[in-house]
Design a protein around this ligand. Sequence first.
Ligand SMILES: NC(=O)c1ccc[n+]([C@@H]2O[C@H](COP(=O)([O-])OP(=O)(O)OC[C@H]3O[C@@H](n4cnc5c(N)ncnc54)[C@H](O)[C@@H]3O)[C@@H](O)[C@H]2O)c1
Length: 389
Amino acid sequence: MAKQINVGVVGCGYWGPNLVRNFRSLSDCRLKMMCDINKERLAHVRSLYPDVEGETDYRHMLNGAGLDAVVVATAVSLHYPMAKASLLAGKHTLIEKPMACSSEQCEELIDIARKKGLILMVGHTFLYSPAVRKIKEIIDTGEAGEIRYICARRLNLGLFQRDINVAWDLAPHDIAIILHILQEQPVSLNCRGTAHITPGVEDVTTICLYFGNERSAIIHNSWIDPRKIREMTIVGSKRMIVYDDVAQQEKIKVFDTRVERPPHYDTFAEFHYAYHYGDMYVPYIKQEEPLKAECQHFIDCIHSGAAPLTNGDRGLELVRILEAASQSIKNSGAPVDLSHRKVNGNGNGNGNGRNDSTPKKHGAASPLGRTKRKPASARRVANLHASLM
Ligand SMILES: NC(=O)c1ccc[n+]([C@@H]2O[C@H](COP(=O)([O-])OP(=O)(O)OC[C@H]3O[C@@H](n4cnc5c(N)ncnc54)[C@H](O)[C@@H]3O)[C@@H](O)[C@H]2O)c1
């Protein structure tokens, strides 16, 4: 039986308790400790989970609790120092999104994890959601045709952050989904943003990403919108997909809708765009909490040694886009060239490349020439990668 992984979560504010609940529900790990500097907050989560130890001092959590893995769920400005301390203390580390405040910080964390042979994962939660997996599956079959353009809207009233603007808070979800769907990094972007409530902290932003082959994506984020909207429209040459993450049912709709130009025509009178309006269908999506799948994936990667789907490189490429967006806002929406900022390394700290899910410790051919059955953790990692690639 695989060794139980002892996990600690630092940051028990809004999001941390969701991580606590999910890690606690997994059978092959033990949620051993929760840490929050705020005593009242810690007392509250301990009242919910009295069997889990509590700590207010992060250094004590790292050095005295016998943890194998640490999950960082504090404000973004604390991600880098806390993740660095965790990795240097020899702990596998899951950092909430966005990975850090700068690409230099991300690179340093990737480097430490690689040198120490530790798993470094970033909480790009939506990539573990059944809806996004289904969309990727539909696109990968070629049903939607060539993807031409994606439009994402993630809006609501609050929760206002002080250390980051709304793009750094909400766009990571959309960027992660878009990069995952297109399997491509943008060549340039521009972004406009305005600060209406907190001076200097943009609460409305619009990022335009440009990819090769005339493909583009628009991401609109706002903390000052009356409705909670989490919507993405993916326009392909054959089908159009609308993903509404707020919908309880029918989260994905696939429209058999397209526009075509006539291949050739001799007179203007002959020229007509061909509009096609066909059926719409709603694919079945399994009910599964994305965060639970993410937490399980982290534990599986620790057991198997495989690179997480959302490893340090994925965190770094996302932070580079956010940095470029901030740079563009400062320059009144001027375009930023990203073609030289591509991420090529492995980012996991264990020598695995972008989509390399090959477990390094298990499942190898035995000395007798028979292939050993992979442990459950390695099979789950391989299945998840397969379903998402
Ligand atoms: N994956 C997702 O879908 C998702 C959703 C929401 C938030 N998040 C991310 O989760 C992280 C936390 O966001 P939040 O909204 O919960 O923030 P929050 O401010 O509500 O909570 C942060 C907690 O960290 C604690 N803290 C601060 N300094 C500390 C220290 N030195 N030691 C221990 N604890 C300390 C605070 O007391 C607070 O309770 C952010 O990175 C955010 O981007 C991710």
